[in-house]
Design a protein around this ligand. Structure first.
Ligand code: AKG
Ligand code: FE2
Length: 334
């Protein structure tokens, strides 16, 4: 049985129509994208006895979160071996038959745990050439069947949670938010884990198909592991930049909630994955609060009104259903 989601069959009309009209018009192609020198923080310095070293590392992290909304970290506490193992186990689960992956309760996941394409897409712009397992951290332990995958995911989630806390503490302090806010509002069980697979895309040369459409993350902070293929791009000053794979590094990006909490100081930056002719994997940990947690802008005058995480998610979902895109923080501007 085939493991590949039926992208071409299901989206035949959408693909043909969009590719024809866009090719004729010559619009919406990806711009020329160059790789960026994403700031890279060596977290070994965070634990240094040398105060100057520590402070300089903290400054790098804060500046990257302000100017880029994205940075990379090395010496983050998760070994390359561990990350490679995650990729191997991830690959195995995606290799299961498609008919099995779409079954309700596959691996004992809740409904909508397995996602592919975008059933609601009306144009190519809303369509992602990828499949993913998206699950709450608290559901990892009840996963059935793939024992090794579960163990690796548990280890990754635990390490990513520690890493997210270290970074959030540094970033919060700099904008006058006490770390206790996170300790009280973000229990490890409220975060999410997402395993992404980007199948080789036969239309990648058209430069019109995305592996993952442009979006910002709905969380405080994300920890991302990408394999060596490349394709992740971020938007900076109106231009797209590629994030060059670095096997030793994890990618950190600021999410919408931290932009709101920091009153716009830290940037939740749009990013996307372009489709290529190669299979690609990534794993993302989304550091989130509990549903009822309130997010309030720290700074005067406040840019955003206070909202709960639940309200933010509901509004985003409604916007996606009605407009095809998330809209996001703009909805909460004062
Ligand atoms: O695949 C990647 O590199 C990024 C994934 C991502 O942005 C996401 O899952 O939100
Ligand atoms: Fe993302």
């Amino acid at each position: 049985m085939d493991s590949e989601p039926p992208f071409e069959e299901t989206y035949k009309t959408l693909l043909q129509n969009s590719l024809n009209t866009m090719e004729v018009k010559g619009t919406d192609k990806f711009d020329i994208v160059e790789d960026c020198n994403l700031p890279l923080a060596n977290l070994i310095h965070i634990r240094s006895d040398d105060q100057l070293e520590r402070e300089s590392c903290i400054r790098e992290i804060v500046e990257a979160a302000r100017n880029w909304g994205f940075f990379q970290v090395v010496n983050h506490g998760i070994s390359i071996q561990e990350l490679e193992t995650l990729k191997i186990e991830q690959k195995k689960v995606f290799q299961q038959p498609f008919e099995k992956k779409i079954q309700n309760k596959f691996l004992n996941l809740s409904s909508n745990g397995y996602r592919w394409g975008n059933q609601k897409a009306t144009c190519l712009k809303q369509f992602s050439w990828s499949e993913a397992f998206h699950l709450s951290v608290k559901d990892i332990s009840s996963m059935t069947e793939c024992n090794n995958l579960r163990l690796t995911m548990e280890r990754f989630a635990r390490a990513a949670s520690g890493l997210a806390e270290t970074l959030v503490e540094i970033l919060a302090e700099n904008v006058g938010v006490k770390f206790t806010y996170f300790q009280e509002n973000c229990p490890p069980s409220s975060s999410f884990l997402r395993l992404n697979r980007y199948p080789p895309c036969p239309f990648s040369s058209s430069e019109l198909v995305c592996g993952l459409i442009p979006h910002t993350d709905t969380d405080f902070l994300s920890v991302v592991y990408q394999d060596r293929i490349g394709g992740l791009q971020l938007l900076k000053d109106g231009r797209w930049f590629g994030v060059k794979p670095n096997p030793e590094a994890l990618i950190i990006n600021i999410g919408d909630l931290f932009q709101a909490l920091s009153n716009g100081v830290y940037k939740s930056v749009k990013h996307r994955v372009v489709a290529t002719q190669f299979e690609r994997f990534s794993a993302a940990y989304f550091y989130c609060p509990a549903n009822e947690a309130m997010v309030e802008s720290h700074g005067q005058p406040a840019i955003y009104r206070k909202f709960s995480f639940k309200e933010y998610k509901q509004q985003s979902q409604k916007d996606v259903e009605e407009t095809g895109s998330k809209v996001g923080l703009q909805r909460f501007l004062l």
